[in-house]
Design a protein around this ligand. Structure first.
Ligand code: 1GP
Length: 255
């Protein structure tokens, strides 16, 4: 097994700052000529790492964006793959996602069989992740693309049992996902139930558009917060520091 450098980095940030904050970069949404400024700005604001990925990849900027993260920051570039061709040796790690909320065998293990040799060849760190899709209003891209049903949002006990089963299967991270641009975020009751039941870190994302909501998710037990959509609008970039401080409740960044 490759070393767990990136996973350990995230674990250390959680220990030191109370929780970790990751920003999702969609190569179709962030232009390369603005990336340098944004990435440096994020690092200065205390962001702990970047997820890079998207569901369609219309632009072909996937590897170039990972490269920008490596050139402009000391933070890890973690692939959040929307499909199996999103593997790159330039990245530090890849979320090795299994959609455990669904019963679509292809997304539980099928794609993984094809992707594993590619990941090994690339020499990057796979982070075994239980991807738990939670119902969040309208159908999200993640639900549609996975061809599976999300978990009902009013059933924390199902979410907790699902996450525990994933942990017992050896997965290192639970990702509670409302979906990019979700109407409703992952309910606090679901986060609380999963955090109480599991001992691996719990990551929460989808529809988080304010520092207050990010903090609320951390207070419910989230160890890692992910935002994506909100910073696709350049007018919001001056809010990165506020999000970061809200997530890092143990060691807030000086503003
Ligand atoms: C999506 O959880 C991430 O996979 C981030 O969601 O884009 O809604 O912030 P948003």
């Amino acid at each position: 097994m490759p070393d767990m450098k990136t996973y350990n980095h995230i674990q250390n940030r959680i220990r030191d700052k109370g929780a970790a904050y990751l920003i999702l970069l969609d190569p179709d949404k962030l232009s390369l000529d603005r990336a340098t400024f944004f990435l440096k700005h994020c690092e200065q604001a205390g962001v702990d790492g970047f997820l890079v990925g998207g569901s369609l990849m219309m632009s072909g900027n996937f590897e170039s964006l990972i490269e920008q993260v490596k050139i402009n920051t000391n933070l890890p570039a973690i692939i959040f793959p929307g499909s199996i061709d999103q593997v790159s040796s330039i990245a530090d790690a890849i979320l090795f996602l299994s959609v455990v909320s669904g019963r679509n065998a292809d997304h539980l293990i099928g794609r993984h069989v094809i992707a594993s040799p590619m990941i090994k060849r690339a020499g990057i760190e796979p982070i075994s992740t239980a991807y738990v899709l939670i119902e969040s209003g309208v159908t999200t891209t993640a639900v549609y693309m996975s061809g599976s049903m999300p978990l009902p949002r009013n059933k924390p006990e199902i979410a907790a049992a699902t996450a525990l089963a994933a942990e017992y299967l050896g997965m290192k991270l639970i990702y509670l996902e409302a979906g990019s641009g979700a109407d409703q975020t992952v309910p606090d009751d679901i986060i609380k139930a999963v955090a109480k039941t599991c001992s691996v870190p719990v990551m929460v994302g989808g529809g988080i558009r304010s520092p207050m909501v990010a903090r609320e998710k951390v207070e419910s037990g989230a160890n890692i917060i992910v935002t994506g959509n909100y910073f696709e609008d350049e007018d919001n970039w001056d809010m990165v520091r506020e999000f970061s401080s809200a997530v890092h409740f143990k060691n807030p960044i000086e503003v």
